[in-house]
Each structure stands twice: as structure tokens, then as C-alpha cells.
Design a protein around this ligand. Sequence first.
Ligand code: BDR
Ligand code: CA
Length: 314
Amino acid sequence: MTPRKIIIDTDPGQDDAFAILFALGSPKELEVVGITTVGGNVPLRLTAINALKVVELAGRPDVPVFAGCPAPMVKPLMTAEYVHGETGLDGADLPEPVTPLQTEHGVNWMVRTIMEAEVGEITVCTLGPMTNLAMAMTMEPRIIPRIREVVLMGGGFFEGGNATPAAEFNIFVDPHAAHKVFASGVPVTMAGIDCTYTAQMTPEWLGELRATGSRAAIEAANLADFFRIYGSHKFPTEARPIHDACVTGYLLAPEIFEQRQCHVTVEISSPVTIGMTVVDWWHVTGQEKNCNVLRRIDPDPFFALMLERISALP
Ligand code: BDR
Ligand code: CA
């Protein structure tokens, strides 16, 4: 089997780090051709450095990291230090990276890579605000029919939002970018909070991960311990979702997800509900289905696979 080529577009973020480690620990199935970073959980200068820290933690400094857009297409940037800490990767004490950031702009690289690849060869995984991908589609619309699939963490429907009552953080930060991607005609798979809330990592699982003894596993568990602090107002136990890792989980094991084709659009005009992903779950509009909406994960195989793959890293 040839590994599936993916670009990871990200704003690390502890859960982004899990998604990246999970992917880099799965080289038989996934080839991470590069990582682009975006302003999101913390500003771009930190997300770019954080992505380098994560590839070095994985023992994969050969995976190129590019800085993309520092701010959304229209709105000012909103960050989430209240969730991720001042660095974005609070919880682990990762060394300053020695690997340099690539000098090419992340959006230019994304366009070039998709144009140079075969049609349908590249999958784009977005783990943060979708600014880079939407900018790439704006700069070079010919990339749209060349992309195999966009798999994104973002949005919500029955669960509402986590940044506002209506909007999930990644979509809320750059709703115009998300709107562009959903409306582009590219095949989209969406792991929203309805899906990510159904796979919650427990202190016991983190204990097992740490006990595997690899440095990547131990630092991942440290990151998760910080990430688990936030959310006590919402979740009744110490278990927490690990949102972005669901994207990697889907790429590796789509059969453990409940999914449904729906029409999805993003609200961009109402000040109250801007950033809401309006999912036509019951197909009441009759509009063409443009998104594979992930609804639920079977948590046991998901966490078993993630433990196996992250602990395989050095
Ligand atoms: C999403 O927002 C960020 O805080 C996380 O990294 C994740 O991508 C969850 O709403
Ligand atoms: Ca993220």
C-alpha cells in the first residue's frame, strides 16, 4: 500500500500536536508531505515554532514546516491562550527547535505542492482556522479539483459551539475562510465537536500512554495533562476530547466513525451566529450534499490505535 499524501495545516495547540504525532507515527498509511501553520490558538510566530518542536519530538525534522497566514481573511485574529496556555503547548517542556522554518510562504507552498502533484493525490487536513487553504484556493482556483479531500476539525451542529453558543473555535476565528472551502466543491469531511466529544481521553489512558516510555508518548501525555485543565464547566469527569487527533483517526480508520453526507454552509453575515456550521442533517433543504459529516467515534479502537502509533515514535 502506498501511503496517502497529506498536508497538515495547523495551529499547535496540544490537540494539534497529538494529531501530528499520530500521523507521523503511521508512516505506512500516511505520508506527511509538509506542515503549514496559521495564527489560531496562539499567534503565528508561536504556532510555527510549535510545529517545529512537534516534528523534532517525533524524530522527523525532515518534514518541512512553513508559516502561513498570521490572521484571518476578514476578522481580526482571536486566540485561545485560555485553553492552550501562553505558548500554545503548555504542559510539556520541549526544547527550542534547531530545525529552521522553511522560507517559502505556507500558502505559496500549498499551491505549488498541489499543482505539482497528480490530480487527487493530496489530502489537506486542517486543524485550525482554514485561512491558509482558503487563501490558496483564492490565489489558484485550479487547486480545487486537484485536491483528493479536505479533512477538517471544526464546526458543530447538535452540540452548538464552543467559542460562541453557535460557533466552534476554528470556524469562528475565520468563518469567511471556512465558507469558501465548504462552498468550493472540494470533497470535505468534517470532524466537528459533535464527533470529537464522543472520544474523550481519560487519566487512565494517559497513564498507559506515559507507561509506554517513549519520549514522544511522555511529552504527549504532559501536553494532555495541561489541555485537560480546561473544560470542567462542561465535562463532568476528568476525561476530555482531543479534537484534532480525530482527523488523523479518520484517515487511518474511517470505519470507526459514524458519518453522513449532508449539505453544510457557514454563517458569515449574522453577528449573533457568525461562524456557525449549518448542517442539514435531515436534508430538509434538498440542497446538494457537500460534506461527509462525522457524528461519532468508537472510542476504544481510536485510543488503542493512537497509543500504538504515538508510542512507536522515539
Ligand atoms: C479546536 O480549537 C482549538 O482550540 C483546538 O486546537 C481545536 O482545533 C477545537 O474547537
Ligand atoms: Ca487546532
